[in-house]
Design a protein around this ligand. Structure first.
Ligand code: PRP
Ligand code: URA
Length: 207
């Protein structure tokens, strides 16, 4: 397993705008879209390729194409906010949806929806969610996707807490996690500190 924290000036700049509590829903979403694009670019760098015969206007030659179907899985609601940015540069990605929310008392995730494209076993599955706090939601999503036969899963989150990262590392030694930032800790209410607040509420204006 690897935990990669992206070190990119634009991501740091844009994430700081998102963290500001005075940032509007519109600007929050705009920066999330832009960061998602940059993250999609970074995480796809080493995706496996296969050779392909192509013909340029000049001659026949050998080119490349991605070896695996990409399946993007946002964890609803907030994960939806990363989909547009990823799709901008991965337009052929299929999208699975998994809906869950954290019970505010117990912090345990409750799954309320799941729908996936066929062919998960052969696909590269990218689970996206802005926040990785206790890791409970990501854990439930990973387990669900593994149970459906997926073998190649990565998790991409904007902000992670050390507690959630460790929990997933211990449980899924093979899993690759990519974050835009690893924050300091979780507070008593399960919020990431310094974090950006409730990502779903800020994205959809429900705060
Ligand atoms: C947030 C976030 C993650 C989850 C992270 O969703 O988008 O899915 O919390 O917390 P965890 O790591 O402790 O499970 P939330 O439950 O607030 O639902 P929402 O997306 O509908 O706002
Ligand atoms: N979910 C959020 O949206 N924010 C946090 O800080 C933790 C979980």
């Amino acid at each position: 397993m690897s935990v990669k924290i992206l070190d990119h000036a634009l991501i740091k700049h844009k994430l700081s705008i998102m963290r500001e509590k005075s940032t509007s829903t519109y600007i929050f979403k705009q920066n999330l879209d832009e960061i998602a694009m940059l993250m999609a670019y970074e995480v796809s760098k080493d995706f496996p390729l296969k050779l392909k015969d192509i013909e340029t206007p000049i001659c026949k030659t050998t080119g490349y194409e991605l070896d695996k179907q990409i399946v993007l899985v946002p964890i609803l609601r907030a994960g939806i906010g990363l989909v547009d940015g990823f799709r901008t540069i991965m337009p052929n990605a299929k999208i699975g949806h998994i809906g869950m929310y954290r019970d505010e008392e117990t912090l345990q995730p409750q799954e309320y929806y799941a729908r996936f494209p066929k062919g998960l076993t052969e696909s590269k599955v990218i689970i996206v969610d802005p926040m990785l706090a206790t890791g409970g939601s990501a854990d439930m999503a990973i387990q669900d996707i593994l149970d459906r036969g997926a073998k190649d899963i990565m998790l991409v989150c904007l902000v992670g807490a050390p507690e959630g990262v460790k929990f997933l590392q211990d449980k899924y030694p093979e899993l690759d996690i990519t974050l835009a930032a690893l924050d300091d800790h979780l507070n008593d209410h399960g919020y990431i500190v310094p974090g950006l607040g409730d990502a779903g509420d800020r994205l959809f204006g429900t705060n």
